[in-house]
Ligand binder design. Structure first.
Ligand code: XMP
Length: 328
């Protein structure tokens, strides 16, 4: 049962999603003309597909900027450089903004404020990059249809996605949002039509604010480390079990709850880590993945043994709704 609006209703285009690719490329070409475009590349499916569309439309007029805000998953900044810089040969600038983001977020525990700060800081970084590159008029954003629905809902804002509600009012780029009328599965179909690698197209979604929304409350470098290291273990074990393609999203969360434990006969008072694994097709709703107990057990023991400061692991059994996929 598909209750969502048809592609035609959203875009006015009556053909298939792959035929719509040429429409998007042409729209970008028309909008941008001979101007230069900056792309907020995150390495996720949405921004990668957008970069490919815009690259196809205007080639070297596109400059991609990857901001390392210190909230990426393990190995991610390296992956972005390799794929877009080396493999695709796009103009790519990697910006190390780790201290800048963590400084702004210090002591901030409200989820919406965290998201707003990160979204605003992103735009600031891009503005600075644009200034250093000379005249650039357009900014590509990987906004997708569910972001718009959730941010504009008359039921009130669920979360400010950093590429919609988090925009400061005084930014001075015009936005290019090639996939803003598409759902996630359609974005993936477009990625495949454009010849992006399968691993990238089927890569699980990762939120713009990164690991910041997976550390509940105020960030510390140590809490970010615990989430990053536990996430890497969880990802490795899901892959080793051959379940990578079966689960929509799987990651770890640090809720900030400490509890008493025992290791080698000594009392510990450590952080808990929550495992979250969900099934979905468009992130609007989600069910909980029934991961094998042997996998959960192995991940639990590895995290407790390998991630310093963690002594307890839990499994989140909440579907969306009533939970959201991320914790913040
Ligand atoms: P929630 O947590 O609202 O997430 O159920 C729905 C999907 O969106 C991802 N997500 C984001 N994606 N910017 C993004 O581009 C964001 O700020 C953001 N927040 C959540 C989330 O991972 C899930 O796939």
């Amino acid at each position: 049962m598909d209750e969502r609006e048809s592609l035609e209703k959203r875009t006015g285009f009556a053909g298939s999603i792959t035929e719509y690719v040429d429409v998007m490329v042409e729209q970008v070409r028309q909008q941008v003309g001979d101007k230069r475009v900056l792309c907020a590349l995150s390495g996720g499916v949405d921004s990668s597909v957008c970069a490919a569309i815009v690259h196809k439309a205007v080639g070297d007029q596109l400059v991609c900027v990857f901001v390392d805000h210190g909230l990426m998953r393990a190995g991610e900044p390296e992956m972005v450089d390799q794929l877009f810089g080396d493999h695709f040969g796009m103009n790519l600038i990697s910006v190390d903004a780790v201290d800048r983001f963590l400084g702004k977020l210090e002591g901030v525990d409200d989820p919406e404020r965290k998201r707003k700060i990160i979204g605003e800081e992103f735009i600031r970084v891009f503005e600075e990059e644009a200034r250093s590159l000379g005249q650039i008029d357009y900014l590509v954003q990987g906004t997708i249809y569910p972001d718009i629905i959730e941010s504009d809902s008359d039921k009130g804002v669920v979360k400010s996605h950093h590429n919609v509600g988090g925009l400061p009012e005084d930014f001075d780029f015009e936005l290019v949002e090639p996939v803003k009328y598409l759902f996630k599965d359609e974005v993936r179909a477009v990625g495949e039509a454009l010849g992006l690698p399968h691993e990238l197209v089927w890569r699980q979604p990762f939120p713009g604010p990164g690991l910041a929304v997976r550390v509940v409350g105020a960030l510390t470098p140590d809490k970010v480390r615990m989430v990053r290291e536990s996430d890497a273990i969880f990802r490795a074990e899901v892959a080793a079990a051959g379940l990578e393609g079966e689960v929509w999203q799987y990651f770890t969360v640090l809720p900030g709850t400490r509890s008493v434990g025992v290791t080698d006969g000594y009392r510990t008072y450590g952080q808990a880590i929550v495992l979250r694994a969900v099934l979905s097709s468009d992130a609007m709703s989600a069910g909980v993945a029934e991961l094998p107990w042997s996998l959960l057990n192995k991940v639990t023991l590895r995290i407790c043994a390998e991630v310093e400061g963690v002594n307890r692991v839990m499994y989140d059994t909440t579907p969306k709704p009533p939970g959201t996929i991320e914790w913040e």
